[in-house]
Design a protein around this ligand. Structure first.
Ligand code: 4AD
Ligand code: MG
Length: 483
């Protein structure tokens, strides 16, 4: 038998093959013994449920049973029998057990008890072996798969935009530099500046903050495209919503205006939620019960009204609210927390940038629904957004989700060469360096639009995890790049 001729626990649970002799491989979650029998709960990651193995000490040596401790990796051959106990349809009567990898019980950090998420972050190399992280990463996988399925079904093409670029698409200057120069002793120009002409790319380069600009180039040929890749931002924000390395999905569509863009975004978000409900129910049920436990320790007025699954269904079944920035400012000005000076940043006049406290007020207190906010002042948005007739606002769109705040940012793009050039000059965006981007407006320009979905924020919403560090395998945040 080839080593990998094993049956996944998920397959056994799905098919319930009573009477079959088969082999499973996985890691011990718990072991308990009495004089006559040892029960081993096995997990191989294919499904949240542990599978019970029954070992008879007359068949399996004491030495082997001793090594079957929490965390050890085992290969077990046995017969599937109807379960004696309740809670499972079948169990495995062990015929032989091979210990593939021991886990010293004195040293293994993941004992079968409740560990805090903070502690588990310190052992991120092992935390995927817990129920919570197993569930999170199975759901994350399902959502990534659903992203590709959604766009493929709609005839969008997946473009791999570059990770290393020379542009700062968002113009926010929060880039990580990429260089092979000796940083202790870089070559200098006559004026004393670092001479990037001698660097690998013969110019300054950085990690991408967004695939959008290259995505626009592709949309100007393939009509409807999307990117789905890692993005990097050196913003020093230590929040539960920010990572220095995160994944973003960016569709870009020729012949779409702002309304088409919002329609697509709402449909896409609902598709992802629907997909999770149809394909990840067991994991979602576990995550829901985990959240309920967590909420018990909160004061009653801070507990959420809906459980995780009802919250997901609620978003599916309701239309997102669509309002303009101007309308939102009016609501916020009149709001209680603004009147009573409870907001950290008070909303006094039109033009103010919205902070997450304002976004969350709109979504969680005022509308109690996802909100699509449109037509922001041009001063607080990127250079590429299309200017509206009023001369003050741009065709921007942010989608705000309960518990998350901004989950999507996007816009209709400025396709008019003269308007775009003027705006870039006003905002000190180097137009010569961006000749290739501007060429799309020179040759065959057309109205087009797109948006970016922060993938981890979406995974947070669907799994109910409160901290973005707990929905990516190895989070990168300020001061943090272990593993
Ligand atoms: O709003 P942002 O900055 O938009 C763009 O990058 C556009 N180029 C997208 C486009 O139109 N193609 O970022 C988009 C989304 C945000 O709404 C948020 O969900 C997520 O990316 N995001 C982050 N997620 C985790 N950590 C960070 N530091 C993030 N910054 C943005
Ligand atoms: Mg944004």
């Amino acid at each position: 038998m080839a080593f990998n001729k094993r049956v996944k626990i998920k397959t056994i649970l799905d098919q319930n093959p009573i009477g079959s002799e088969l082999t499973i491989m996985g890691w011990v979650r718990t072991k308990r013994s009495n004089k006559n029998v040892t029960f081993i709960a096995m997990n191989d990651g294919s499904v949240i449920t542990n599978y019970q193995v029954v070992a008879d000490p007359n068949l399996i040596s004491e030495d082997v049973l001793k090594k079957c401790s929490t965390g050890a990796c085992l290969k077990i051959t046995g017969t599937v029998v109807e379960s004696q106990g309740s809670g499972q349809a079948s169990e495995l009567n062990a015929i032989s057990i091979e210990v593939l990898g021991e886990a010293d019980p004195e040293k293994y950090p993941l004992q079968p008890k409740k560990h805090s998420l903070e502690f588990l972050r310190e052992i991120a190399h092992l935390r995927m072996r817990t129920n919570t992280f197993g569930a999170v990463f199975r759901v994350r996988h399902a959502l990534a798969f659903a992203v590709h399925q959604y766009f493929n079904n709609k005839g969008f093409f997946y473009i791999h935009t570059p990770i290393i670029t020379a542009s700062d698409a968002e113009g926010a200057g929060e880039t990580f530099k990429v260089t092979t120069l000796d940083i202790a002793n870089p070559p200098r120009t006559e004026e004393g500046a670092v001479d990037f002409k001698q660097d690998f790319f013969e110019r300054e380069a950085n990690l991408t903050v967004s695939g959008q600009l290259e995505g626009e180039l592709a949309a100007m040929a393939l009509s409807e495209i999307y990117t789905f890749g890692p993005t990097f931002r050196a913003e020093n924000s230590n929040t539960t919503r920010h990572l220095a390395e995160f994944w973003m999905i960016e569709p870009e569509m020729a012949f779409y205006d702002a309304e088409d863009n919002a329609d697509l975004a709402e449909d896409f978000l609902k598709y992802l939620i629907q997909y999770a409900l149809e394909n990840c129910m067991e994991d979602l049920k576990f995550l829901e019960s985990r959240l309920l436990d967590e909420e018990k320790s909160k004061p009653a007025d801070q507990r959420s009204e809906l459980g995780l699954i009802d919250k997901l269904k609620f978003v599916l079944e309701n239309e997102f609210v669509r309002i303009t920035y101007t309308e939102a400012i009016e609501i916020l000005k009149r709001s209680k927390p603004n009147q009573k000076k409870k907001f950290q940043y008070l909303i006094e006049e039109w033009g103010a940038d919205l902070q997450s406290e304002h976004e969350r007020y709109l979504v969680e207190k005022h509308f109690k629904k996802p909100v699509i906010l449109t037509d922001y002042p041009k001063e607080i948005k990127s250079f590429y957004m299309r200017q509206n007739e009023d001369g003050k606002t741009v065709a921007a769109m942010d989608i705000l989700f309960p518990g998350i705040g901004e989950i999507v940012g996007g816009s209709q793009r400025e396709e008019r060469m003269d308007v775009l050039l003027k705006r870039m000059e006003e905002m000190n965006i180097p137009t010569e360096e961006m000749w290739w981007f501007l060429d799309t407006r020179r040759f065959g320009s057309t109205p087009h639009a797109g948006f970016g979905l922060g993938f981890e924020r979406m995974v947070q919403f669907v799994t109910g995890m409160g901290n973005i560090r707990d929905v990516i395998a190895f989070p990168r945040t300020p001061g943090n790049a272990e593993f």
